[in-house]
Design a protein. Sequence first.
Length: 612
Amino acid sequence: MKNVLLFLFVLLSANVVFAQRDSVVVLDEVVLTDSRLRDFSNGIKVRTLTDSVLMRNSGMLTDNLRATTLIYFKESGYGMISSASFRGTTAQQTAVVWNGININSQLTGQTDFNALMPQNLDGITVRSGGGSTQYGTGAVGGSIHLNNQLDFDTPLENKLRLGYGSFDTRNLFYKAAYGTEKMAITFGLGHFASENDYEYLGTDQKNENGAFSNNAFDLAFGFLASKSHLIKLYHHTFLGNRDFSGTLTAPSDDNYRNFDARTLLEWVHFKSNRVQRVRGAYLFERFRYYPNNTNENFSFGKSGNFQVDYDYKYELKKWTLNGIVSANSINAEGSSISTANRNQLSAILLVSHNPTEKLSYGMNFRQDWVSDYQSPFVFSVDAKYQLLQNYSIRANTSKNYRVPTFNDIYWQGAGASGNANVLPESALQGELGQTLSGNGYKVDLTGFYISTTDLIQWRPDVTGIWTPINIKDVSQYGLELQVNMTKKLGPHRLVWDNGYSYTKAIDNETKNQLLYVPLHKFTSNLAYRYRRWGAFLRGLYNGRVFTTTDNNNELSDYLVLDSGLEYRFPEVSGVELKTILAINNLGNRNYQNVAFRPMPNRNIHLNLNFKF
């Protein structure tokens, strides 16, 4: 361990210019704030969602990821709190990374995916498997990466999206991008709101307290100060106002309002085969919960996270080495949390090597020092080998961990209590995958195994008070299959993307499946395009899930189909218009992904997408 830290110190102190590459680092490399995702994922399963797929969904990130990935989402009614389960892990074990920074809540340890709008992003990538070495505590099951892109020397481009649909649902998104030789800027606004008063199929009830209004602002700015110095600024603000839906058995009149803001300032120095980065970021979150939305009495919670890090990367022949030192200062307070503070220092070393054209591998190491917990030394090793021109295999293994959240430790509320003695989670995981690709097709098969110790779960004690406890031992294992086919014949183009997962998540003491982990999930996305016309059909099958730890209660499996028709109008005066008419829940299926909280019946949405 001492040798690793010593090598990291030497790396970060180095000022040697290696001359193996004479050319200046391409600018495209340094405008990628999350370049580690590309440079140090040799043997990792990585999936990027395309713009065309993202634009077919209405307004929230949950809609996109649920239909196109194998991640399971618990959604307490449409538009309400939405959390992810990645390979049978918990929502707190899925990291969400914005431009290279982990943005999971410091209060809950997870991200609400209905508080994220994908339309103002330039890329969404899903990285499977443990990522604690790169992305810190919480990246146990996988990570979801949200990135903004800076394009220099590009003309002004505007995108406007207007939409309206069932349940008085409306959305408006505007995005502008412009770049010169020395400057690039992207600006985005988003609004997504709905009365959300859909019928509960099979009953005479409606979703009477489900209205929501979400608003977002995004900014990305880059300035090329010289041939080797780049300054970047990213900012995001989100304002949400949601009435929380009731259940089939209990009405609701509560309301939840949240405000999230994050700012990242980055200086990049690039020359020859080395890149240095200094970053400073501030992340703020605040919520107000109103038990009765007719009065102004509320409880609240808020946290601030200031982070600064130094990143030094250089390339030497077939090697890429990246050393990072990062410091975090976190504070939180609220109605149910006394003032809490946490300071953290991290040292990270990432290594990637391509000894031959067919073989590449990586080794990553991380050590954290946390003020209120003893953090373990974590590592990951991954490799990829190209056996044939169209066939490759990959493997990775890692040790991961998650520090308890402030809610886990300090929460003191009605019917619930934090636990100051709860232990950090630790996990070992392994993955083996293979990819076969050719002209118009790609098949990927992955097997994974995760062994988690001291998994944190909130459970009621003998007095009925909910409190977090450590489950001694949990195992998650399964298979994932992705099949993608593309066919182009003259003006006809067909794309068919399919995914299937088999997931066992077992409490090794009781031998029962963990809560809300489907044994089977299947997604299928079929898209057809002919000249200016297009059509798509989406299918989502979700297997049954258990809702109690004894596995005696469950939610039934369901199959939901969505379809749509697209038309691209001829360009007029430099303005392009594309219309998308979507019918969601085509079969009018009555289904739930959280007990007693029905999801919407059949509904229609129309979007007008302008580009000028």
